[in-house]
Design a binder for this molecule. Structure first.
Ligand code: NAI
Ligand code: MG
Length: 353
């Protein structure tokens, strides 16, 4: 089968790590004739914005909607206000394509040292609500430039929105014999939106006998992530809470350079999008020192979503071998390899399987 993949490299280290991700996909296509690839690259980034005053063309979404998946690098550039790429590119894709599940594995690979000393490896999934919540553009600012200046930012929580996210997480838990789901909340202080959130998580859980929900306040949960990360299996979280928790989780298992994510549209009526959780890292751009593993791991999540668990497993094995051998690693993992050398080493491991 030929898979049509839209490639959005983005800004900063995005194109650098994307080159390695595409290299890996092409190697798979070369090694396995049942996997054909048709990639189309879209240069919708900050350069595009500076030229056209928008992050993507007017018909951008309709040009993406028929792809089998979207493979995304990272976006953000000092020359463009920070909120523009987020609100004009990433959010429209996530929201319009109903990518309401942001799946973020927090998984410690063999050979990767955690700054913590845990008894067993860290390995859990965070299911972050990805289409509503705190990241809403409702609200506004009043009395600007006066001493009474104020801002209101609304959080949007809908019953349907929480239910579909929770069902996805509970389905995963059931399939994987997980008996406890941790719900990240703060309903003691954020009474309306988090109150509804908790209620819907709880009623959804009642459809899944044998699975228990534990409500944990986000502040305490952050501490538990550090104190006993190996005890988690499935965590559900709102958009903001999930965003913060997963950067923390990433730091526990080797850093942002290793952590992938999937923006999933479970119904499949629009493409899903796969991207590392890190941003465009302007501090290390152009030096070929960015770790491409988060981007390559995101490709593994994409392959799994496309129904190619076999190829996804090959990519994961290749990543694990390279990490475990402690060669060809970038400076964030205490190595001195260049971005492309890590990519090449992973490709080599793919051909050896
Ligand atoms: P960041 O994730 O880009 O960088 C944070 C730190 O992690 C930096 O020190 C960076 O060097 C390091 N880092 C990130 N990825 C790495 C990799 N692959 N290998 C080695 N080190 C890596 O987050 P930051 O600095 O807050 O944001 C930079 C820009 O990225 C901003 O414009 C921000 O808005 C944007 N951003 C975009 C995202 C996206 O495209 N989905 C997500 C997060 C931030
Ligand atoms: Mg983030």
């Amino acid at each position: 089968k030929t898979y049509r993949i839209a490639i959005l490299p983005g800004d900063g280290i995005g194109p650098e790590v994307m080159t390695e991700g595409v290299k890996v996909l092409k190697a798979l296509a070369e090694a396995d004739s049942s996997f054909q690839l048709e990639t189309t690259s879209f240069e919708w980034n900050s350069d595009y914005y500076l030229k056209h005053n928008r992050m993507m063309p007017e018909d951008g979404l309709s040009r993406l909607k028929d792809f089998d998946a979207i493979y995304f690098g990272a976006i953000g550039d000092r020359r463009v206000p920070e909120h523009i790429p987020i609100w004009e590119l990433i959010m429209p894709i996530r929201k319009n394509f109903n990518q309401y599940v942001n799946l973020r594995p927090i998984k410690q690979l063999p050979g990767v040292k955690s700054p913590l000393h845990t008894k067993s490896p860290i390995d859990f999934y965070v299911f972050r609500e990805n289409a509503e919540g705190e990241y809403s553009n409702m609200g506004g600012r009043l009395y600007q430039k006066t001493p009474d200046e104020m801002a209101v930012q609304n959080t949007v929580i809908t019953k349907k929105g929480v239910q579909r996210l929770a069902r996805y997480a509970f389905d995963y838990a059931r399939k994987n014999s997980v008996t406890k789901v941790v719900n990240a909340t703060k309903s003691n202080a954020i009474i309306h939106s988090m109150g509804l959130w908790d209620e819907v998580v709880k009623t959804t859980a009642s459809e899944y006998p044998g699975i228990e929900v534990e409500d944990v306040y986000i502040d305490a949960l952050a501490a538990h992530f550090v104190q006993r990360p190996e005890s988690f299996e499935v965590v559900v979280a709102s958009n903001l809470f999930g965003d913060i928790l997963t950067d923390l989780g990433a730091a526990l298992v080797g850093g942002l350079g290793l952590s992938p994510s999937a923006n999933l549209n479970p119904e499949g009526d629009f493409p899903s999008m796969f991207e590392p959780i890190h941003g465009s890292a302007p501090d290390i751009t152009g030096k070929q020192i960015a770790n491409p593993i988060a981007q390559i791991w995101s490709a593994a999540l994409m392959l799994e979503h496309l129904g190619r668990e076999d190829l996804s497993a090959i990519v994961m094995k290749a990543i694990e071998r390279v990490v475990e051998s402690n060669t060809a690693l970038t400076p964030d993992l205490k190595g001195n390899a260049k971005t492309f050398e890590t990519g090449d080493a992973i490709v080599k491991q793919i051909y050896q399987q």
